[in-house]
Design a protein around this ligand. Structure first.
Ligand SMILES: [Zn+2]
Ligand SMILES: [Zn+2]
Length: 99
């Protein structure tokens, strides 16, 4: 995981400690960690998708920018999970954000 840059103003939103929320999900056998970063200048979200492929190479992609309101519900949901780094967690956040 590197640092994420705002898609509009190119401000560096990383490092990983500055993400507003994250959650690790099991997506078709691979572990995907989704991290939400917020640009306070633009009021926009960037989402980093980090996939740890079983027996393969890791992949990182970044989505966004997304309007502030578009991600609020997901971020609030992700924050309700007591163990967001646990891909086996079966809380409401994990069930709703998973595939
Ligand atoms: Zn920005
Ligand atoms: Zn959970």
């Amino acid at each position: 995981m590197g640092s994420v840059v705002c898609g509009r103003c190119l401000t560096d939103l990383g490092p990983v400690e500055k993400r507003r929320a994250f959650i690790s999900l099991l997506v078709y056998g691979d572990e995907e960690t989704r991290s939400w970063y917020f640009c306070a200048n633009c009021r926009l979200w960037m989402i980093e998708f980090y996939t740890d492929v079983f027996m393969g190479e890791e992949r990182v992609s970044v989505g966004g920018p997304y309007p502030e309101k578009a991600c609020e519900a997901e971020v609030a949901l992700a924050k309700t999970c007591p163990t967001p780094g646990d891909k086996w967690c079966e809380c409401e956040a994990h069930r709703k954000l998973g595939p």
